[in-house]
Design a protein around this ligand. Structure first.
Ligand code: HEM
Length: 265
């Protein structure tokens, strides 16, 4: 049915929640013409209407508000990530962007991503396509490690993702690419440290993020059903998790070097 000519213009990609209840950020996969980024967190916000669902013309204020509402980040952490991101993609004003612009190679974006291919040589922007084989590899490595320590084959539903798992993932992925700069290695740990903290749960005595949540988020850019933030997540908490991961990566790499040197003697 056509709207009367006098009706205000409806922008159905503006997303957001129900204007009456203020609730319900339902998931909708992107449709033809929608734009997405290299970041699962930001794309998930678009898929759930915390920012415009078409991924176009997104202001830094919208990202900041979305990070607080969608993930429960503190105002400072949301501001820090957004402004840091804008500066690294060389936007030095509060200009709005289309989401693909976040993928400017070697801005925030880096090689050795968990579920994306490296940026092809000579390209300005990294590919945004999620690689299902990399999502499967991520999950199966974590299930295998958890199964080995449990002494039986575990189902994904029984497994939580911890900082140790992310350390192993990062080491595995970084072996396959050119070395990351110190800043990009920190960013890569920080990205995962945030979600580990936002979603940390205690499941049958084990602490971490349920693997099915992580698989769905990385693979479909979708929140766990019915999940809402249960605490405010802050920058010092992220720094603590990321620093522990840095220290563990360093000691695992040193142990690998010693083992390799011993093997060649
Ligand atoms: C809740 C906050 C956030 C979380 C949990 C988060 C998490 C992540 C994760 C896990 C990745 C890695 C994907 C992969 O390795 O395949 C990633 C990538 C990325 N994120 Fe975010 N992110 C957040 C906020 C932001 C913000 C505010 C920006 C910029 C304004 C941003 C820009 C990027 C970019 C450019 C990448 C690509 C890095 C790469 O090359 O892998 N993210 N993010």
């Amino acid at each position: 049915m056509a709207l009367p000519i006098s009706h205000p213009k409806i922008d159905d990609k503006k997303g957001k929640s129900c204007p009456v209840t203020g609730q319900s950020h339902e998931y909708q996969a992107p449709t033809l013409g929608d734009i997405r980024s290299v970041c699962p967190a930001i794309n998930t916000m678009a898929n759930h209407g915390y920012i415009r669902r078409d991924g176009k013309n997104i202001t830094p204020m919208a990202i900041c508000r979305g990070l607080k509402a969608c993930y429960g980040l503190s105002s400072f952490l949301a501001f820090f990530l957004t402004i840091g991101g804008w500066i690294l993609i060389k936007k030095f004003s509060l200009t709005s962007i289309d989401l693909f612009e976040l993928g400017l190679h070697n801005g925030v974006e880096h090689d050795a991503s968990v579920v994306h291919k490296d940026c092809p040589p000579g390209d300005k922007d990294a590919p945004t396509d999620i690689q299902p084989d990399l999502v499967n590899e991520f999950a199966s490595e974590i299930v295998n490690a958890a199964s080995a320590s449990a002494g039986r084959k575990l189902a994904e539903e029984e497994v939580v993702v911890t900082g140790h798992d992310i350390v192993r993932t990062r080491i595995r992925r970084e072996k396959l690419s050119k070395p990351l700069s110190g800043m990009h290695a920190e960013i890569a740990r920080g990205e995962m440290a945030i979600i580990l903290g936002v979603w940390n749960q205690r499941v049958e005595g084990k602490e971490g993020v349920p693997l099915p949540w992580m698989r769905r988020w990385l693979g479909e850019e979708r929140l766990p059903d019915g999940w809402r933030p249960d605490h405010t997540h802050t920058l010092p908490q992220v720094v603590k998790t990321a620093s522990a991961m840095r220290a563990e990566m360093k000691s695992l790499r040193q142990a690998e070097e010693v083992a390799a040197a011993t093997a060649t003697q």
